[in-house]
Design a protein around this ligand. Structure first.
Ligand SMILES: [Fe+2]
Ligand SMILES: [Fe+2]
Length: 303
């Protein structure tokens, strides 16, 4: 694998020259090149305030409850420490793409919530889910905004460029986390992979379990968010229905999707959210999410 453009760190260091093959040796060299890593408690940074703010997001009031569980997740956030340079990356992301920044904080909280419920059965750790989710889209800060914010369906070439963000993030995370990068770097590299091999960049079927969890909440958030490429977002119900469809195709772990359904049901016992039945909520009109110009078939794997 290689990148078409030079890749620089936030401190303007050239990490990968355009065209260089990225293999284990390249990554090892990058991981050892950032110097001494200084870990900073996230609770002492503006990121903490922004993170806590995500619990007030009304779109997720049917998922992020009860209050005691939210407080438990916040207690995990309070204990997180991150390399100082990567916090500069996050501040940069907030500046150039506030959507991606808020999306990263939001999906980290959603992933932590599911991880709490699956801590025994599937051995998920909420603090790992938080740490790994935060940087899954780090590579997007190197994708031109003209592509990220495009209002119309993207071209095949633009899609190819967007699809480099998992690899860009993977390399950047090697740089910022040094030898501690392994788990966190996978979150970037594999979050668009799917269990049936239909994802990217490699089309693998055996994924890191946190990357898979991130892939689920990442897709959910992309569907229910206001985006320039569609008139209105999916409702929470329509989005969960779509995830369920994807799980039936073998792309997502069914148990994790059923957990999302349970949240929505418990909060609204009278709601009609059902598993795999007709009469689901519809995709919003004018949606070009996941579509390539000229229009082809619908594909739901996030941008
Ligand atoms: Fe992504
Ligand atoms: Fe994402």
């Amino acid at each position: 694998m290689h990148l078409e453009k030079n890749l620089y760190s936030i401190d303007k260091k050239l990490l990968v020259q355009a065209g260089t093959i990225i293999n284990i040796r390249t990554l090892k060299n990058i991981a050892g090149s950032s110097g001494k890593i200084r870990y900073v408690p996230i609770k002492n940074t503006p990121i903490f305030t922004d993170w806590i703010h995500t619990f007030k997001d009304k779109r997720y009031s049917d998922i992020l409850y009860p209050h005691e569980i939210n407080l438990k997740i916040i207690s995990y956030i309070r204990r997180i420490k991150m390399p100082d340079k990567i916090l500069t990356e996050l501040a940069y992301m907030k500046e150039v793409s506030p959507y991606t920044y808020n999306h990263s904080l939001t999906i980290a909280v959603l992933a932590a919530k599911i991880a709490l419920d699956h801590s025994l059965k599937n051995k998920y750790a909420p603090d790992m889910a938080l740490r790994m989710s935060l940087f899954h889209d780090l590579g997007k800060s190197r994708i031109p905004l003209s592509i990220l914010n495009k209002r119309s369906p993207i071209t095949i070439d633009e899609r190819r460029i967007i699809k480099t963000h998992p690899l860009i993030g993977y390399v950047l995370l090697h740089y910022y986390f040094g030898k501690d990068c392994k788990a966190v770097a996978f979150s970037s590299f594999q979050h668009h992979e799917r269990l049936d091999g239909s994802g990217y960049p490699l089309g693998i079927k055996r994924l890191n379990k946190y990357s898979h969890l991130i892939g689920i909440v990442d897709t959910l958030d992309a569907l229910i968010s206001e985006r320039p490429y569609r008139k209105s977002p999916f409702s929470l119900r329509a989005a969960i229905d779509l995830l369920l469809d994807e799980s039936e195709k073998g792309r997502f772990h069914k148990g994790l999707i059923h957990t999302l359904i349970r949240y929505a049901r418990k909060k609204r016992p009278g709601s009609k959210l059902v598993i795999a039945e007709r009469g689901r909520d519809k995709e919003p009109a004018g949606n070009s999410y996941g579509k390539t110009a000229p229009l082809t078939t619908r594909k739901i794997s996030g941008k």
